[in-house]
Every structure is written in C-alpha cells, then in structure tokens.
Write a protein of this length. Structure first.
Lengths: 512, 501
C-alpha cells in the first residue's frame, strides 16, 4: 500500500533545520545549548525514522512527493526496505556520534566547533536523503550535498595537510559526481524516467552492450569513489587528517556507506541484475571488489598509525559489500545490505576507540600502545570485540552478513570469490589481532601508564564518559545483532525484503 | 487604475527614464533627494514589471503595446510575453538593488554633487537601455536602446578605478563596431523585406532564408551581439571593463549588461529567422564552436589570475558561452537552459560582484591572497560568495545546477555529446578557481589590509549593501529549488508558441 506521508521529508528537514539553527546562533549561545540542538534534532530524526519501520515491515510504502524540482521530475522521498536499512543505521548512529563528538571536541579543545556541528548535521541530512530518495535527481542532489558538507569536516584543521586532503577529496568526488550527472541525464533522456524500480528499468539489449557498460561505469563511478574501491580509494586515507569523530562518520556511517548505497541503487534499482549482468558491468565490479578486498588488507597490515590501519580496513570491508551487490543473488544482496549495518556498528566502535585513546593518552601509533589495556580496559575490550566482529567470527554482526554473501557466491557458482571472501576474513584477523595483542601485552611503554598526556587528557581510569558510553553501546549492539540479527528494528528482515524485491521473489535469480 | 494598467510596458521604462532626467536637477538642490528619486523610480519599475508579468501569466497571451497609439509596422511596438517578462523583471530587480547598493560608496568617497548626480543618472539610464532592449518588438528601436545601454555603460566604467577610462575607451571602440555591425545587419534585413517590426520581419522572411542578404545580415548580427555579450573571440573589451568599472555599478555591468544582448540574439535567431533552415543551422554550428572555445578559454584564463574581479570577468566569458551553447543546441531544453542561465547567471555574477564591491568598500581588497580570515568579520558576504560560487560550479540545489541540467538534457537529446563533455569540464575548472578563492577565504592567513573601516554599526556592512547580498542569495536558492515553476508556468508556452515555431 502506498501512502502519502510527510515523515520521510520531515526526517531530512529536521537535520537541515538543526544545521541552520546551529549556523545562525551557534556562536551566540552557550555550547551546551548548541549541542542540545544537535541532540534534540538527532533524537527527533531517529524517532521519525524508527516510527516508519513497522509500516515498511507491513509492506507499506510512505512517499513524500514534495514539489517539481525540474521539468517532469519531482523531489521525492520514499521508504523501501533497502533505504530504511541505511536510514535506520545513519539516524541511530547520529545520536551516538553526536554524544561522542561532544566529548571529543571538548576533550581535545577543537576550534570552529559551530561549523563542525553544523556540517555534521548537513551530512546526516544528506545521508538520510540519499537513503530515502525515490528517483535519481533527488538522489543526486543529496549526493552532492553530502560531498559539499563533508569538505569542511575534512579540512577542519585548516593547515597545509588538511588543505591538501581537502583538494584531493574534492578532486575525486567532484569529477566522479560530474560523470554521474551526465549518466543520469542520459538515462533520463533515453528511458524517460528516473524512478528507482526494484529490479531496474533498463532492459538488456536496449543499447549496445559496450555503450551500456560505459554508462554502467559512469553511473557507478560516483559510488565507487565514495566507497573507496581501488583504484579510486586515494582520498580516503588522506581524509584521515580530520578529527576522529569525522573519520568515524565518514568511514562508518555517512560517506562511504552512501557510496555503497549508491552502487546498490544503480545496480539493482536502475540497471537491475539482468542488465548489469548482460553488459558485464557487474562481473568487472566483482573483480575490482575482490582485488580491493585482498590488497587493502595487505596494505592495512603495514600501517602503524591506528586510524590509517582502520581506514584501509574500511576500504576492504566496503568492497565486501560491493562484492555482495555485484554477485547479484538474493542472498548476497541481503548480506551486503546487512553488512552496511554490521560494518557501521563495528567500524564506528573501532574509530571511537581510536579517538578515545588519542584524546585520553595522546597516542596515535599502534607500536606505542603496548599495555594500554591497564589504563583503558573498557575501551580495549570493546576494540577487541569489534575486531573479532570485523573478521566475521560467529555471534558477531559481521558473521551474519559475511555468511550471507558467501552463500550468494556459492549459489551463483563462483568458487573463486568464496575463496577471496574467506581469505579476506582471515586477513582481517591478521591486521586487527596484533593491535589487540599489543593492547594486552605485558610490557608497558612509558607513555601509556606514567603520563597523563596533554590534550586535556584525564588522569583517571579510561576515557571520559561522553566518549566511553557511545562506544560501549555500539559494541553491545554489534554483539546483539550478531546473536539476534532481527533484534530491535528488524533490520535483517528489511534487508531480505529488499533483496527479494530486487530479484523477484528470492532464491536464485540468474543461473551463472 | 485601469488606465495605468494599460500602460505598464512603457511605465517600466519610463520611470527609470524620469529618474535619469530628474536626478541632476533635484541633485542640484539636494544630493540625497536626487539619489532617492532614482532609487524610488527603479523600485516602482520593479512593481510595474511584476504587475505586467502577472498580467501575461493570467491572460496567457502576450501584451502588445503601441507607443503613441501608432499601429505597427509603422509605429514602434513593445511586445511582452512570458519570456521577456521574466527578463524585464530580472533587469528591474538587479537595477534597483544596485542603485541601493551604491549609496554607501558615495559617503566613502565624499564625491560632489555633479559626480553623484551623474552616477545615478547613468545607472538609471543603463536600466532604461536594458529594459528597452528586452521589451521592444522593433528592430531599429532595439538599436536605439542598445546605444543607450552602451553610452551609460561607457560612463559607468570610466568613473571606476584608475584604469577605468582606458577600459572604457577600449569598450567604446569595440562597442561601436558592435553597434555598427548590428545596424548593418538590420539594414540588410530592411533591404530584403522593407520592414523593421520584428513580427512583420518574421512573416516576410519565410522563403527568403537562403537569400545572400539574409546570410550577410545574420553574420553581421552574430558579430554585433557577440561583441555586446562578450562571446569568444569578441570578448577583448570585457575583462578590463568588468575589472575596472565603478565597484558599485559593476554588479549591474557584469550581471546583466552582457546577458541582455544574449536575449536579443535569441529573439533574432529564433523568432525572426527560421531556425530550421539550412543556413541557420550552419550559423548555429558557428555559434556552438564559439561557445565551446569561449567556455574553455574563459575557465582556463580564470585560473591564471589572483585579482578577484579578473577571475570573475573571465568566468563570465565562459558562462556566456553556456548561453550561446543553449542557442546552438536549439531544441526546447537547450533554449530553456539558455534562458534559465541568463537569469541565474545574472544573479550569481551580480552576487559575486556585490561581494567584490563589499570587500573593496570595507577592506580595500582586490587580490584573493588578501582574503584570509575575512569570513570572521563578514559572514554574510562570505555566505553570498560561497553560495554564488557553488551555483556557478553547477552544484545542486542551486540555480546554476538546473540551467546546466537543462543544457545537458538538450544536448543529449540532440545527440551532441561533445557539448556535454565541455559542460562538465568547465564545471570542474570552475570548481578549481572557486574553491581556490574559498580556500583562501576560510583557510588563508590573515594579511595586512589597505584600510579597515571603523566598526560603526551592528552589521558587517550598511543595510543598503546587505539587502542586495541577501536578495541574491535568496534568488539563487529559490531559482534553483523552484525552477520548474518558472519553466512550466511561464516559459514553456512562450517557447513552444513564439520561439520554436
């Protein structure tokens, strides 16, 4: 049943309004009041999104048809299974990252906090917009908004290094965005529609397979860049100069997930599995993803900077999702969607831990963190749990999704990709477990125990509560989702629902 | 009241003309009263423009106004349809905001009675010329208004900065050639048809399109309009003129003085000539080539400069190319893109020149290297700069994105992928030079400045300067979000009925 409802639009509008309020009054009111705006907006937005979940599970679709944005096309938001999975994750995590951000920026005495929180809110508004967009032009508008809103966060420190990363980020995202733009216009002219349709609206054979393959990559390049699929990942490690909550947001919630979500929409809702397979775009995508999964793990092993190691881990894990999407079976697509959830909670935990360690002890290099567990036991425990989850150990969220993707590869009869998937999971262990070993190592390096470091660090046990509580919550959620994938918001059901919608009733869609 | 409503098309132009003539006289007695006369006249002109546009939309047909009651083709006729209704409103708004924006500048320079009166008279006269250019339905009358525009333009450029007179002289030389070319062009048309009324011309030209006279005429017109709108390679006068014009009048000169000839070009090439004919198709290809080279040339040149105005001026050469490209595409969406770009670029470029003027007014900043940390002192100016710049690059949801959208739509529909490639390349080059400015603004080191105005008021600038800045920001955002209402409500029928027939 399709109902008109303003709720999807209100969810996006709340965050935009919050950004506007923060920008206008942020410097005139007390920081506590300013942060209250963020938290209130986050709570309202999460409430709005969660309230739509039962409707979606019942099979209802809520549509906000706002107004005609260009001749023949309207600004339109709608709830479907895939979109709601992403929206729930982004909306839910905004509250936690906001609390964490407050602890981080105050603990670290960051400058330009007003601009920081405003840009953060715009990022979230765009992420929700991307999740709920009903057609390509709405999607593109939010997609470019996300690019722009992330830029001030990347250049937050405004030094030479930040400027360089900012330029790199813009170069990657704007170029790919322009190619995406042309592809959208082309699709609109050729097929007369921009509406996302489960299973796609481009018929195989409606143009030459070579041309379609080019179009496929012009459309997906926007997603590929944001998702950091090699060889288009260059911006992602550079963007690490940003404050840690930004990295957490970029790498776990908004930007990179928007990238994989863009791929999902293009592959499954514009081209559809048949055309994607027919023009051999999805096959090439599989290979790109497989190479990225393996290479990024190898690169991650060599990084001594904790954030850099996590960045390369992100690149690998996202290609897992890309691989799941481009395998084109119902299982793998459901797995990919659920990996958006699982990876979001796991990676955000890891980044929050890295940030908490940095603010509390001033350490950013892994080799200097020996024996950290005595100083920050809870943080280290959460880090360990999340690392195991990333590797895909059973009873953790990462297992559920990876197993589904694996099953998809099995059903599609692609043993090579199964090997890649298993190998990558093991490689994830090899670059994260050594970190855990160092944390729990016997020797204590001088820095971790004796000094209460600068940066306004606290001398007491573990990180400040504003940072500690969110990261414990995300870690716990990751474990709960691993044991009961359907706990709470029924994200797993929604992922399966979306996958069945795309492939037309579940099961195998394409025989090899 | 009805009496007034019947005369709206001429009132729109007559009011600024009265302002022009009265301003020197009133200024003789009271300098402020003279200034206010012009501002009031321009404001009333906006009111008339709005009323006339409403009338066109509600009745759904064009207003034909016969000056002095003389019937065309003998008398002069003003024709207001959906298309130029919008353009007239645009001119009226920018004229008014620019006049308002100018008033604080004078206090700064403490100029005398004659200069003030002269400045405001010329500003209002420029408005008369541009409004007339957009209203008239008579080819020779268009020439008169073109000269009015040019003469006031020369003056406003000459009273600008130190290099102003030279820039103005250069523009005078080139502009005169342009006007001569236009005159020759309509001379040929008159020789071929014996009429100068546009509608009449269109009727009599059917079947004549292959005649050498018409070909000559079209060639002359391209050069004439090309010079006036600074289309590559006829842009030589423009960078200096836009850089050194009076900083307060610059928004109007850069924002609309080069756009309205583009609109006139549209009238000639689509409404008078038969755009389907073989000859015209060749001319459109020529325009397309000029547009493409102009877009790339302008964007590349803009990368080279550190002077804020120079960057903006070269960027305009590129942006005018967008409009010409829309003509070259020549289908429905191409034309829509061109017209929307005339309107949106007018606001964006005027907005950027408003910020440039504000920076000169407050800190004497010309060079983008001096921009460091200005945003802390001038948040509204910086916001305007950012929004206009993002719109110029063509990022959603601002106005510039949608004109690019329609242009790309038109080009792909016609199968002309090369134009699309040029469009996105130019966007990316635009991103480079605008993000360079923004980087300096937000991340640059604070440098020593020529002057610092003592902080007298609560705001960063006098309200007369803030209002234009905010108007432009609102226009760029609203034009972006609600462009479909202009396209469907006003432009669509006019384009199908008048332009593409």
């Amino acid at each position: 049943m399709i109902t008109e409802s303003l709720r999807p639009a209100l969810a996006v509008g709340t965050a935009l309004l919050a950004a506007l309020l923060i920008l206008l009054f942020g410097n005139r009111i007390k920081p506590n009041l300013r942060e209250a705006i963020t938290l209130t907006a986050a709570a309202i937005m999460a409430g709005l999104i969660f309230s739509m979940v039962p409707e979606v599970l019942k099979g209802n679709v809520l549509i906000s048809n706002l107004w005609t944005i260009a001749d023949g096309l309207s600004l339109k938001l709608k709830t479907d299974g895939a979109g709601m999975v992403f929206a729930c994750v982004a909306g839910g995590l905004w509250i936690l990252t906001s609390i964490y951000s407050i602890g981080y920026v105050r603990g670290h005495h960051e400058k330009n906090q007003t601009g920081y929180f405003a840009a953060f809110a715009v990022c979230l508004a765009s992420a929700i917009g991307i999740a709920l967009s009903a057609n390509l032009i709405t999607f593109f508008i939010f997609y470019e908004m996300l690019t722009l809103a992330t830029y001030p966060l990347v250049v937050h420190y405004r030094d030479e290094k930040a400027k360089f990363s900012g330029r790199k980020y813009l170069a990657y995202t704007l170029v790919s965005g322009q190619l995406f733009f042309v592809a959208i216009v082309f699709v609109y002219v050729k097929y007369g529609t921009c509406e996302f349709t489960p299973g796609g609206f481009i018929e195989p054979g409606s143009m030459g397979s070579g041309i379609m393959c080019i179009l496929f990559f012009m459309m997906t390049i926007g997603g590929l860049v944001k998702a950091g699929v090699m060889p288009l990942h260059g911006w992602l490690p550079s963007a690490m100069v940003a404050p840690t909550p930004v990295s957490a947001l970029l790498h776990a919630v908004a930007v990179v997930k928007a990238g994989v979500f863009c791929l999902l929409r293009v592959v499954c809702y514009v081209f559809g599995p048949e055309s994607a397979y027919w023009c051999s775009g999805s096959t090439i995508l599989c290979w790109l993803a497989a190479i990225t999964v393996l290479l990024s793990s190898l690169v991650a092993m060599r990084q001594d900077n904790l954030k850099a190691r996590l960045a390369f881990s992100t690149i690998g894990q996202l290609s897992y999702i890309v691989l799941g999407i481009s395998l084109l079976s119902a299982y793998s697509i459901a797995g990919a969607l659920f990996h958006i959830v699982a990876h979001a909670f796991l990676k955000i935990t890891l980044f929050m831990c890295a940030g908490a360690i940095f603010v509390t002890t001033g350490l950013s290099e892994i080799s200097a963190m020996r024996g950290l567990s005595k100083r920050m036991p809870v943080t280290c425990a959460c880090f360990t749990a999340a690392s195991l989850g990333i590797a895909g150990l059973p009873l953790m969220a990462g297992f559920v999704s990876k197993f589904n993707i694996l099953e998809g590869a099995l059903i599609m009869g692609k043993p090579f990709f199964m090997v890649v998937l298993v190998a990558a999971a093991l490689l994830a262990l090899t670059y994260l477990i050594p970190v855990v070993q160092i944390f729990f190592g016997r020797e204590n390096s001088a820095a971790t125990l004796n000094e209460s470091h600068g940066h306004g660090g606290r001398a007491g046990i573990d990180a400040a509560p504003a940072m500690l509580i969110p990261l414990v919550i995300t870690a716990v959620i990751a474990i709960i989702l691993g044991c009961i994938p359907n706990a709470g918001l029924h994200l797993y059901d929604m992922a399966i629902m979306a996958a069945e919608e795309i492939t037309g009733g579940g099961g195998v869609y394409l025989a090899k | 009241m009805n009496q007034i409503a019947d005369h709206l098309p001429v009132l729109v132009i007559l009011l600024p003309l009265c302002g022009t003539l009265l301003c020197p006289i009133i200024s003789h007695f009271n300098i402020n009263a003279g200034k206010r006369t012009v501002i009031t006249a321009l404001f009333l002109s906006i009111v008339c423009a709005v009323l006339q546009l409403i009338q066109v939309i509600t009745t759904g047909e064009a207003i034909h106004y016969w000056l002095g009651g003389w019937a065309p083709p003998i008398g002069i006729e003003f024709v207001i349809d959906g298309l130029n209704g919008v353009v007239i409103l645009l001119v009226a708004i920018i004229s008014f905001t620019t006049a308002l924006y100018s008033s604080p500048f004078e206090k700064l320079e403490r100029i005398d009675r004659i200069h003030s009166a002269g400045y405001y008279s010329m500003l209002a006269f420029l408005s008369v010329g541009l409004l007339g250019l957009s209203s008239t339905g008579d080819a020779f009358n268009l020439y008169v208004f073109m000269e009015i525009t040019a003469i006031s333009g020369y003056g406003l450029i000459a009273v600008g900065e130190d290099k102003g007179p030279i820039a103005s002289f250069r523009y005078l030389m080139t502009g005169t050639i342009g006007a001569c070319m236009y005159l020759l062009g309509i001379g040929f048309l008159y020789a071929a048809t014996g009429t100068l009324n546009m509608a009449d011309l269109a009727d009599r030209l059917t079947g004549l399109m292959d005649s050498p006279l018409i070909v000559m005429s079209a060639a002359c017109l391209i050069v004439g309009f090309g010079i006036k709108m600074a289309l590559f390679p006829l842009h030589g006068w423009q960078p200096a003129a836009h850089s050194y014009a009076h900083p307060a009048a610059d928004p109007m000169i850069a924002g609309i003085m080069i756009k309205i000839p583009a609109y006139a070009m549209l009238r000639f090439f689509f409404c008078i000539f038969d755009e389907q004919s073989h000859v015209m198709q060749l001319f459109f290809n020529a325009i397309g080539v000029m547009a493409v080279i102009g877009i790339l040339f302008g964007s590349l040149k803009a990368l080279r400069y550190d002077t804020y105005n120079k960057i903006l001026a070269y960027s305009s050469i590129g942006q005018v190319g967008y409009i010409a490209m829309g003509f070259a595409i020549g289908n429905f969406y191409g034309i829509i893109g061109a017209i929307l770009h005339i309107v949106s670029h007018a606001f964006m470029k005027a907005g950027l020149f408003y910020t440039s003027g504000a920076l000169k007014y407050k800190y004497g900043i010309h060079d983008i290297n001096e921009l460091g940390q200005v945003y802390r002192k001038m948040p509204v100016t910086s916001l305007t700069m950012v929004i206009c710049a993002l719109s110029m690059i063509g990022l959603p949801p601002f106005a510039g994105f949608f004109s690019k959208w329609y242009l790309a739509l038109g080009a792909i529909e016609k199968g002309n992928y090369f134009y699309v490639a040029v469009l996105i390349l130019s966007s990316l080059l635009g991103a480079i030079y605008f993000f360079r400015i923004m980087e300096k603004l937000f991340m640059g080191e604070k440098t020593a400045r020529e002057k610092e105005l003592p902080e007298k008021s609560r705001f960063e600038l006098p309200w007369q300067m803030l209002l234009p800045l905010l108007t432009v920001v609102a226009a760029v955002i609203l034009l972006g979000l609600f462009n479909a209402y202009i396209v469907n409500g006003v432009l669509k029928t006019t384009i199908w009925e008048v332009v593409l027939t």
